[in-house]
Design a protein around this ligand. Structure first.
Ligand SMILES: [Zn+2]
Length: 243
């Protein structure tokens, strides 16, 4: 077990839960040097192996690229690690159910306990406030810093017309939050449909949010997903060995 193996697993878990597809990424702060972080080269998440992991500095420049291409939006990660010393894992995704909430005035709110962290606030980043006429991607440190400022001390931020960033003190929390952010968005949309235009929806209140987020670490979710991915990886390598 290593942080690199866990990072590979995080890519696959996020893909398997529809949070990322061929795009999107997850990173982890280097346990040995807090001024560095690790993430995969530009590659579809389900294809990532430990050999694809690259180290970056706080300007999101590769430390030892060895011919590998980094992802364009790596600046999201470096700027968040720089702004948030307690954050050790960052997910950037194009989580489909979340998108309607970043381009309408309907805010995401915590509709069930697994996504209570939403009650801590999920601000919406408007890239036009930082730069007009972009292709929506966070292609430099100035855009990354603008996004990190909008994120502030929150557990996640939406990105208008694009997706979201989700952070945590460790990989299980950042991955778990990403999966349950997507689920909350789906459930909240369903509740809006059921309730109708004037209907009431009962969300978690601040006291319920506070009581939940103090302990919600997604450990059981992570342990299960981790075990399944390791089994798949073993079966894949066993299959290769017999052919
Ligand atoms: Zn993106």
């Amino acid at each position: 077990m290593s942080v690199f193996q866990d990072l590979v697993i995080a890519y696959r878990v996020l893909a398997q839960h529809g949070v990322i597809d061929a795009y999107g990424h997850v990173s982890v702060r280097c346990p040995k040097d807090p001024q560095r972080f690790w993430m995969a080269r530009s590659l579809a998440p389900e294809l990532v192996t430990e050999a694809d992991l690259m180290e970056f500095d706080m300007d999101s420049e590769p430390v030892d690229a060895r011919g590998r291409s980094p992802v364009h939006e790596r600046f999201i990660h470096g700027q968040i690690y720089r702004a948030r010393p307690e954050v050790n894992a960052v997910v950037h995704n194009h989580s489909p159910a979340v998108i309607p909430f970043c381009c309408t005035d309907t805010p995401l709110r915590p509709i069930f306990h697994m996504a209570a962290f939403i009650g801590l606030g999920v601000p919406n980043w408007e890239i036009r406030d930082a730069q007009k006429g972009t292709d929506m991607l966070v292609r430099d440190n100035a855009l990354g810093a603008s996004l990190a400022r909008t994120l502030g001390a929150h557990p996640a931020a939406l990105m208008r017309g694009h997706g979201a960033v989700v952070v945590g003190e460790n990989l299980p929390r950042a991955v778990g939050r990403s999966v349950y952010l997507e689920q909350n968005a789906r459930l909240q949309f369903q509740a809006h449909v059921l309730a109708g235009a004037d209907g009431e929806i009962t969300f978690m209140d601040d006291a319920e949010v506070a009581a939940n987020v103090s302990w919600q670490a997604y450990d059981r979710f992570w342990t299960l997903c981790r075990m399944k991915v390791l089994q798949e990886l073993e079966e894949t390598s066993a299959g290769r060995a017999t052919h």
